[in-house]
Write a protein that binds this ligand. Sequence first.
Ligand SMILES: [Zn+2]
Length: 310
Amino acid sequence: MRLNKMVRTDCAICGSENNELLWKKTRPTGLLDKIYLSICRDCGFVFQNPRLSLEATRKYYLQEFDQQNRKGIFSNQLSDSGKTKKKLMFDRIKPFLCHNGELNCLDIGAGTGYFLKIFREDLQERSKLRLFAIEPSCHCQKLLEKAGIYILSDDVDSDWKEAGTKYDVIVMRHVLEHFYDPFASLKNISKCLKKDGFIYLAVPNLLHLKPRFYGHITLAHLSYFSVPILKNLISRCDLTAISLNNDTKEIWCILKPALQQEVLPVSAKNAFIENKQFVRSRQRNELLLRLKERAKNYIKYALSFVKKVR
Ligand SMILES: [Zn+2]
């Protein structure tokens, strides 16, 4: 499938048109298409620009995404590390849950529903639990339905909010970076929280991406967050992080509606410099790794040639 209809976009966080191209990168899986990483000069947000049109992005999710990024869903067998991750996530969320009475839990990007099933196993005796999912994959939707999980929509930006249901907890694990407009989507999602409800949000940390970038810079990841950038987005969505942590794998936080807009401690200029330097250093590393690999292959070829001549 040729996915080369690229469109330009402004910064999704501050709305600025003032951005510069950091890296034009060939997709490892398809030589025809490129990924363009740009940085907003006004707030330091790193994002794909230009990127696929909305229509092409939808096609990509329907036709390519599952095969390229999560083949495991077809066997419905979660790996041991996947199970550990889901359990860890539940342990992070549980202390913030109010156990009594009705508990509405929504998982956005629910996959096969493994995480919601952990909720059910742990909480159904103490709470009147209702489980909801938003999930684009047709394959996963069938599994969710089979598990008795109510599917609200296949698209986070559709009109599912109009049903008026309010949620105690909304889980967004590694989905925000896939959203076409993370600001508008997060802001709309936050309006569906109950008064004491919260969002569990986790995203990959730009500043901890591994030296070999290919696994992280993918067509599916439209946004690349560092802590200051994520804090900026949270504040602009009128949310506050009552807990925010980051490790080498991800940034994760518990978000509630803010009573007043927060004053951010880190200036946009710092975020711009830090993010730009980081991406540039990774770009250099990747170039070096490629050159090393190429040199190794040449040496191997030369040695085999010498052996043949002898
Ligand atoms: Zn910006």
